[in-house]
Design a protein around this ligand. Structure first.
Ligand SMILES: *[C@@H]1O[C@H](CO)[C@@H](O)[C@H](O)[C@H]1NC(C)=O
Length: 507
C-alpha cells in the first residue's frame, strides 16, 4: 500500500515537472502583473458570490445571467413568488380588521428559471418615481421574451411568469395584518407620500434577518444553477463593448450602460441556443467547488499575512512570521529543483508555474475534458487561471525575496544573510503594499465583515435599499432609518458604497 502511494506520488511529481514553464519560460515572469483590463478576477468573484446575499448587496449591479432550476417541492411565497415568507409578508398589507392575503405556491415540476446576480430591488438607477411600475413592465418584457424558450421565471426574488405552469397552490391564507399603517389589499406598493413605512416594525427587521441567512457561501440552495451555461458581462470575448466603458471605473461603477446592440444580440443568441437545443455534454468539472477550494486556500492566509505586516512589531520579527505563512501557502509547490540564485527571482519561476497551474493544468492536458468545455466553461477556466496565477505570482515573489534575505530557515540563501533591521523594514513595507494590492485586486467579499465581530444581540448588516443605514445611537438602540424620512434613494452614498456595521437584533 505504502509503495503504491509512493509510486503515485512519484508519477505526480514527474508530470508536475512537465508543466509548460520549460517550454515558455517567459510566460512565468514574476514581474509581469495582469493587464489593467483583465476581468478574470471579476468573473471569479461574481461566480463565487452567486445566490449569496452579502456580496450581491455589496455590488448591486449584476453582471451575470445563469440558467437554473427550482426543484420540485420548493415553496414560493406571495404573488411575486418570494422564496422567503419573511420577505413576502412585508408586502402583505391590509387593515387590522380585514387582515391580509398571503399566497403560498409549490413547484410540482422543476421550474426553468434564469438567475440574475446583483440585487434587483436596489437597482442602481435614478428613478425616484414610478419605481414599481417600471419593475413590473420589465418583468412582463422578460416573460414575453422567455416564453418561446420555455423559461418559467426569472430570479433575484423569483418573478414567476405563469402562476398556472409548474406550480400548485399550497395555501391562500388570510393572515393577521402586521399593521404597516397602509390600508388596502395586498400588493407591493410604496407608501403614499407623507406615510413612510414603519421601519421599527418587527416584520421589517425579519426581512433583514431572513436575507442574512443566505449571506455567505453556499447561499440559497433552493436554486440549482447551471454554471456550464453562465453568461457574464465581464466576458470580454462575448461582450467586448464594455471594456472601454469600464476603463478607469471603480468596480462600484461597473454597469451595462453603453453595451453595444451587437453584444446584446450575442448574449440573447447564446441564451436562446441553450434553451432551444438539447443539452450538450459539458466537461463534468465541478466549477462551484473548484472556485471555493481556491477561496478557502487563500482567504484566511492572506488576511493573516496582511495582519502580520500591519501589526507594529520589530520588522525582522514581522518579516519572519510572514515568511512562515508564505511557506505554508507554497509548500505543495516548492520544488526541490528551485535553487536560489544570487540575483533576481527567475529561479523561483518553476514554483510560480507549478502553483499557478496545479488546479487546472489537467483540464487543458486531457483532451477528453477540454474538448467538452462549453463557451461558459472556457470563461470559468480562464477566470480560475487568471486569479490563481496572480495570487501565486505575488506570494511567490515575496517568498523568493524572503529566501534571498535569509528568512526561510529551510532554504539556505545563496549568500550569508545580513540580519539587520534596515532591509527588513523596507521588505515589510514592500510586502505590505503587495499583499494589500493583491487583496484589493481580488476584492473577495469574504473579507468584508464587521470588525470587531458583533455580539449575540447584534447582526452584521450591510446597508441596503430600501432600509439604508441603520441608526445606532449611543443609547445602543438599533433602529432602521431615520423616522419619517421614507426610503433612501438607491443612489445615496451609503447604498452605493455600503460598509458593514453591527446593528441590534432586538428592539
Ligand atoms: C485597456 O482598455 C482601454 C479601453 O478600451 C484601452 O484604451 C487600453 O489600451 C487597454 N489597455 C491594455 C493594456 O490592454
Amino acid at each position: 500500500m505504502r509503495l503504491a502511494i509512493l509510486g503515485g506520488a512519484a508519477v505526480l511529481a514527474a508530470s508536475a515537472s512537465q508543466v509548460p514553464f520549460h517550454v515558455y519560460p517567459e510566460a512565468w515572469d514574476l514581474n509581469v502583473a495582469p493587464s489593467i483590463n483583465a476581468t478574470g478576477h471579476l468573473v471569479f468573484d461574481t461566480v463565487s458570490s452567486f445566490l449569496q446575499h452579502w456580496p450581491n448587496t455589496r455590488y448591486r449591479n449584476g453582471h451575470s445571467l445563469v440558467p437554473g432550476t427550482v426543484p420540485v417541492g420548493t415553496l414560493l411565497y406571495h404573488g411575486r413568488g418570494d422564496s422567503n415568507p419573511e420577505h413576502s409578508y412585508m408586502f402583505c398589507r391590509g387593515s387590522a380588521a380585514a387582515g391580509c392575503w398571503h399566497l403560498t405556491l409549490v413547484a410540482v415540476r422543476p421550474l426553468r428559471v434564469l438567475y440574475f446576480d446583483g440585487s434587483s430591488a436596489g437597482k442602481n438607477e435614478k428613478r425616484p418615481h414610478g419605481f414599481s411600475g417600471y419593475k413590473e413592465q420589465r418583468s412582463l418584457d422578460l416573460c414575453a421574451w422567455g416564453k418561446p424558450l420555455g423559461i418559467d421565471g426569472f430570479l433575484r426574488e423569483i418573478i414567476l411568469c405563469d402562476f398556472t405552469a409548474g406550480v400548485e397552490m399550497v395555501s391562500m391564507a388570510n393572515l393577521a395584518s402586521a399593521g404597516w399603517g397602509i390600508p388596502g389589499p395586498g400588493g407591493p406598493r410604496r407608501p403614499p407620500p407623507g406615510e413612510p413605512l414603519d421601519y421599527t416594525a418587527p416584520a421589517v427587521a425579519e426581512v433583514i434577518l431572513s436575507g442574512s441567512w443566505h449571506n455567505r457561501y453556499p447561499g440559497d440552495r433552493r436554486i440549482k444553477l447551471d454554471l456550464t451555461q453562465l453568461i457574464s458581462f465581464y466576458d470580454t470575448m462575448l461582450v467586448p463593448s464594455l471594456i472601454p466603458e469600464r476603463f478607469t471605473d471603480e468596480r462600484w461603477e461597473h454597469r451595462l450602460l453603453g453595451i453595444s446592440p451587437e453584444d446584446i444580440a450575442a448574449v440573447k443568441r447564446r441564451l436562446a441556443t441553450f434553451y432551444t437545443t438539447p443539452l450538450t455534454a459539458s466537461s463534468g468539472v465541478d466549477w462551484d467547488t473548484l472556485f471555493k477550494v481556491i477561496v478557502d486556500r487563500y482567504d484566511t492566509r492572506l488576511e493573516v499575512v496582511q495582519y502580520l505586516l500591519s501589526t507594529p512589531e520589530a520588522p525582522l520579527a514581522s518579516a519572519k512570521k510572514a515568511m512562515k505563512q508564505f511557506r505554508v501557502m507554497l509548500t505543495p509547490y516548492i520544488l526541490n529543483s528551485a535553487v536560489p540564485a544570487e540575483q533576481g527571482n527567475s529561479w523561483a519561476a518553476p514554483v510560480f508555474a507549478f502553483c499557478a497551474t496545479s488546479h487546472t493544468s489537467h483540464i487543458r492536458r486531457n483532451a477528453f475534458i477540454s474538448e467538452k468545455l462549453t463557451d461558459s466553461e472556457h470563461l470559468l477556466l480562464h477566470a480560475v487561471e487568471e486569479t490563481n496565477r496572480e495570487i501565486c505570482r505575488v506570494v511567490v515573489s515575496m517568498w523568493a525575496e524572503g529566501v534571498l534575505a535569509g528568512l526561510d530557515d529551510s532554504l539556505p540563501p545563496p549568500h550569508l544573510p545580513v540580519h539587520d533591521e534596515g532591509p527588513s523594514e523596507a521588505l515589510v513595507q514592500k510586502w505590505k503594499s503587495a499583499v494589500e494590492g493583491l487583496m484589493s485586486w481580488l476584492d473577495w467579499s469574504v473579507w468584508i465583515k464587521c470588525r470587531p465581530e458583533c455580539g449575540f444581540e447584534e447582526i452584521c448588516y450591510l446597508p441596503t435599499w430600501p432600509f439604508g443605514r441603520l441608526k445606532r445611537p449611543e443609547g445602543g438602540e438599533g433602529r432602521a432609518g431615520p423616522p419619517g424620512r421614507g426610503f433612501p434613494m438607491p443612489d445615496d452614498p451609503e447604498i452605493l458604497h455600503p460598509q458593514p456595521q453591527c446593528v441590534r437584533r432586538f428592539d
